[in-house]
Design a protein around this ligand. Structure first.
Ligand code: DGL
Length: 275
């Protein structure tokens, strides 16, 4: 393999990024990909800034070591807490082209076009909410839009423990939807700003007032990647195109294959990565 080029790396704290990768792969199947899930240390959403940064940078370095030159953080928590530091402090020290992109920017530069009432809701992990990344970024692009956030600490564990379709899940889903609808009475657009939440979509729809549109990030991020590679031919040349996909996990490959297929929508095989 040419040292200057390799697969596109897709990183998440666990399975959630597969809901983003599914759309990236659908739109751009010609590239090679390595997906890495840090399942041994998930969830990231309740961890400190320093820990999320340390874990994310370790995983990005592992993907660089496998030949990736472009890595997508397909995780809101990692994008909120680690991306900027990696871009500003780590990448300038590396030789050759190395880029790391996140999922927050592609979403925030579009979200104002979806809302007519100029009030949007953000559902995310406690870490993403505390970072205020969505508030800051949306106001850069759409200063007139009111943004209301709600942290949903139980939602990732519900999905991770395969309880997302159970009757018990309804209680926790309704609880947060009631809160955000009370805090944002004019909200007409609700963003699922966590890569696990698309698996809760049916229940979210069932408990949400009619007339509120729900946005998921997969397609938005996939479109944004196509656009990025068109605008940056020097990075496109760093991405090999043999249509291959490899799944790596820091956790159990068997569990990843079983549970990951729920997020990815089809069967997959995974290999263990020791960091
Ligand atoms: N993938 C993370 C996100 O999108 C959620 C899972 C976690 O807390 O690690 O925020």
């Amino acid at each position: 393999m040419d040292k200057q080029s390799g697969p596109i790396g897709i990183f998440d704290s666990g399975y959630g990024g597969l809901s983003i990768f599914k759309e990236i792969w659908k739109q751009s199947p010609q590239y090679d990909y390595i997906y890495l899930g840090d399942n041994a240390r998930t969830p990231y959403g309740t961890r400190s800034f320093e820990t999320v940064y340390q874990y994310t940078w370790e995983c990005v370095q592992a993907l660089f070591a496998k030949g990736c030159r472009l890595v997508i953080l397909a995780c809101n928590t990692a994008s909120a807490k680690a991306l900027r530091s990696i871009q500003q402090q780590q990448l300038p020290q590396l030789e050759g082209h190395h880029r790391v992109l996140g999922v927050i920017r592609p979403t925030t530069e579009l979200i104002g076009n979806y809302t007519k009432s100029k009030e949007v809701g953000i559902l995310a992990t406690p870490g993403t909410v505390a970072s205020e990344s969505y508030l800051i970024e949306i106001h850069k692009f759409f200063p007139q839009v009111n943004v209301v956030q709600e942290a949903c600490p139980m939602w990732v564990p519900l999905v991770e423990n395969m309880e997302h379709l159970s009757p018990g899940a309804d209680y926790f889903i309704k609880q947060h939807l009631d809160r955000i609808q009370l805090a944002a009475p004019k909200m007409d657009t609700l963003l699922l700003a966590c890569t696990h939440y698309p698996l809760l979509l049916a229940k979210i729809q069932a408990h949400l007032n009619p007339g509120i549109q729900i946005l998921t990030q997969g397609e938005i991020v996939a479109n944004s990647l196509v656009d990025y590679l068109q605008r940056h031919p020097e990075m496109d040349q760093c991405c090999t195109q043999n249509a291959s996909v490899e799944f790596l996990t820091t956790g159990s490959p068997e569990a990843f294959a079983q549970q990951g297929s729920l997020f990815f929508g089809k069967a997959l095989q995974a290999k263990k990565l020791v960091l």
